[in-house]
Ligand binder design. Sequence first.
Ligand SMILES: [Zn+2]
Length: 132
Amino acid sequence: MKPESQKCLMDMFPCLFRRGPCFSAEHDFFQFEIGEGWFNLIWELSIKLHPYFEEHEELEIHQIKSKFGGLRFYTGGLPKDIACTLAGFIQAAEHESVTICEVCGEEADPERTQYVTLCPLHHVLRSQGIRT
Ligand SMILES: [Zn+2]
């Protein structure tokens, strides 16, 4: 993800992205191991999660990455009473991620989501070795 997009998420949702093992206070950096195309997906998920993170200081994000073409969003410290609710939000975003190009955010090509989720254009570019 672009540095300015990362900064935007960190500034808007400090309770999510300014604590936990992915955050380095020294470098003012949160490790998002995903492409720019999923920015909106993370934004929408953050809107749902942040009231819970504000209320529960023990909640933290352990990792955000792409695996087999899908979003993986790992959290820790979930209190039992809200664990199901938060897992539901996260699972919905993870399911949605396989329909969104990780590079540009356009609709993904459903035939080609085994290792990375891309739209038809980015699939062609990547198959030709062109990275955008
Ligand atoms: Zn694309």
